[in-house]
Design a binder for this molecule. Structure first.
Ligand code: NAD
Length: 379
């Protein structure tokens, strides 16, 4: 699958629970090394379940491929010629992957535009292509390379890049959820107050990119975990999500939160999700294959809808914790265990070292070694 391979780098594979999405229960496999992410997703999903679960939707799986055309005397005239030859270009594009075309997918449209660049104006063609159940990068890239000579012939220009765009803004997934106010009551916090604090936290992310980046990172913790578990290209999803978050010229949160007329918390998320249940590593990697089986999705669109729900659940859990008790409490035990393992604390002392560090609120490698040494000498 890769070059110069010398080993396998494994990650914990976990199952996030409580997900009720469009009336169907899901067990969500996640590959992630960060403590509290799986617990957070499961907790967020539990809160949403009390409000009836997630409602989701996904657009058809339309990906964008780009062709850059240069050395044109008149880029606008070349643009007109592309529009006139659209039928021919689409026909050529649809010869490349008979499997996808046979499944009802394929090239849908060509959108040319002239953009200004530091090296002057250039013509850029967008090929809109329905990739069905694939992530689609290979399909798109092959198609672009195939039609590039025809583009040169039509425009009289020189094609430089021919590559998929990871800003997959024609392939969006959305999820919505309502959490009853009373479900948010815990440990001395009234539900009403928790709703208010979550809205304050959301406003912070709306107003400040420094906060929005972390807000979105939390969302991607869950989405990436599911992407990785199912053998999907999480870098592609990351790139798309962050570019989408900045689409209005200002980096913004991918979720939004409101209080409904009954005082319940209502949230939604929208982001591009380019994932597959065929192709790439989804079937070649045995663990990914099992993860897809556990999840039980039947299409790439369904996987994208689940991912949107996971992102929303993750965000809810993070905001709830951050706006109340803070995230460290939940984090500490696993973090302490990682610290103790990193300095080689023997298995027999591990639990005691972890417990003591958490109790003292001193989670450091030197402290772990010190406690382990004391336990050893008092044997
Ligand atoms: P792919 O080429 O492995 O598989 C897709 C193929 O599967 C299709 O061409 C089709 O012939 C076949 N197929 C069978 N059943 C299908 C169905 N139901 N729906 C759709 N296709 C079906 O995979 P891909 O999705 O084209 O490419 C994904 C890979 O490309 C990922 O591994 C990704 O990392 C990589 N990649 C990404 C980028 C990027 O994101 N910028 C660039 C290059 C490569």
């Amino acid at each position: 699958m890769s070059e110069n391979v010398v080993g396998i780098c494994s990650l914990p594979l976990a199952i996030a629970t409580n997900f009720l999405i469009d009336g169907k229960d899901y067990l969500v496999p996640m590959a992630i090394e960060e403590p509290s992410v799986v617990a957070g997703a499961s907790h967020g999903a539990k809160l949403v379940r009390e409000g009836g679960g997630f409602t989701t939707e996904a657009t058809p799986p339309l990906m964008i491929g780009q062709i850059q055309v240069l050395d044109l005397t008149d880029p606008y005239e070349a643009l007109e010629r592309v529009l006139d030859a659209k039928g021919r270009l689409l026909e050529e594009a649809n010869k490349v992957d008979p499997v996808i075309v046979g499944l009802g997918g394929g090239a849908r449209d060509i959108e040319p535009r002239v953009i200004d660049s530091p090296r002057g104006p250039m013509l850029v063609l967008h090929l809109l292509y329905d990739v069905r159940d694939a992530m689609g990068a290979n399909v798109i890239n092959t198609t672009l390379e195939t039609i590039a000579p025809l583009v040169e012939e039509i425009t009289g220009g020189r094609v430089n890049l021919r590559i998929i765009s990871n800003l997959a803004d024609r392939r969006l997934a959305r999820a919505q959820a309502t959490v009853p106010q009373e479900a948010l009551t815990f440990d001395g916090f009234e539900g009403k107050e928790v709703v208010e604090r979550i809205l304050e936290a959301h406003a912070f992310a709306q107003a400040d990119p420094y906060r929005a980046a972390t807000h979105n990172k939390g969302i991607m913790n869950g989405i990436d975990g599911l992407a990785l578990a199912t053998g999907n290209d999480w870098r592609a999803i990351e790139a798309g999500a962050h570019a989408y978050a900045a689409r209005n010229g200002r980096y913004s949160p991918l979720t939004s939160w409101h209080e409904d007329e009954r005082g319940n918390l209502r949230g939604s998320i929208e982001l591009p999700i380019s994932v597959g249940i065929v192709g790439g590593a989804t079937r070649a990697n045995p663990t990914a294959k099992v993860a897809l089986k556990i999840l039980g999705v039947n299409s790439a669109r369904e996987l994208a809808r689940v991912m949107a729900a996971v992102g929303l659940a993750q965000n809810l859990a993070a905001l709830r914790a951050l706006a109340t008790e803070g995230i460290q409490r939940g984090h500490m035990a696993l973090h302490a265990r990682n610290v103790a393992l990193s300095v080689g604390v023997p298995e027999e002392y591990l639990d005691r070292v972890v417990d003591q560090m958490v109790e003292e609120r001193k989670i450091r490698p030197d402290r772990a070694q010190e406690i382990a040494r004391k336990l050893e000498s008092s044997r």
